[in-house]
Design a protein. Structure first.
Length: 223
């Protein structure tokens, strides 16, 4: 999920500090990595492809990254962080688990689902990067994707006031199922299909809410 950094630095001499130039190059390379992979996939993307799209020299690339995988991981981490920041802006300060009216927490949960789907739809190259291409990037990339999913699951659990193990596990299931459902529309570059998942997902969460599976903080009896 890129920022508004310009594609090119000014021609000739400029007053930008070296670290600022490195930051701009890093952003452009990560954005280019996501864009090219959306077209060619991880395996089909070369460093040369990324350099051509970013309009950055090979020397600048290797000054920042040791390999294509290093650049991919940087793009992955940046996309994940920006996704979390976007969700935080949407829901604000939800308070500590168990605080706030129950209906208010349900509304926040629904807003978070809508914001998540909208973020994916608006940033399809980066969404594809951490939902699809991550599996081709190797074990470390998959491990980091799992960690990101755990962070999102914990955030959902806190948002709903789920303090016990059973309800937090339900949140993990919701996040895992949502991740699986959004992968196909992301792979097909279909933002409308992504957004269309919102109403049925929200309705399912409401069913769980009404049934007391979410938002109660109580243990589910074992069979």
């Amino acid at each position: 999920m890129p920022d508004s950094t310009p594609r090119r630095l000014p021609r000739g001499r400029h007053a930008l500090a070296r670290e600022e130039v490195r930051r701009i190059h890093r952003t452009r390379l990560c954005t280019a990595m996501a864009e090219v992979m959306a077209e060619k996939g991880y395996v089909g993307t070369s460093v040369a492809d990324v350099l051509q799209r970013a309009v950055v020299s090979r020397q600048s690339f290797y000054d920042l990254f040791g390999s294509k995988l290093d650049c991919f991981m940087a793009a992955f981490e940046g996309a994940g962080q920006l996704l979390l920041e976007r969700l935080t802006r949407e829901i604000g300060d939800a308070g500590a688990p168990g605080e706030g009216a129950r209906d208010d927490r349900l509304e926040l949960c629904e807003r978070a689902i809508t914001a998540y789907l909208r973020a994916l739809a608006e940033e399809l190259p980066f969404a594809r990067l951490f939902l699809v291409e991550v599996y081709a990037a190797g074990p470390e990339a998959i491990r980091r994707r799992s960690l990101l999913q755990e962070v999102i699951s914990d955030a959902l659990a806190d948002l709903t006031g789920s303090a016990d193990q059973a309800t937090r596990f339900t949140c993990r299931m919701i996040v895992a199922a949502t991740s699986a459902m959004v992968t196909a529309p992301v792979a097909e570059r279909d933002p409308e299909a992504l957004l269309a998942l919102g109403p049925p997902l929200i309705e399912h969460v409401r069913v769980l809410w009404r049934a007391g599976v979410l938002g109660t903080g109580s243990e589910v009896p074992s069979s």
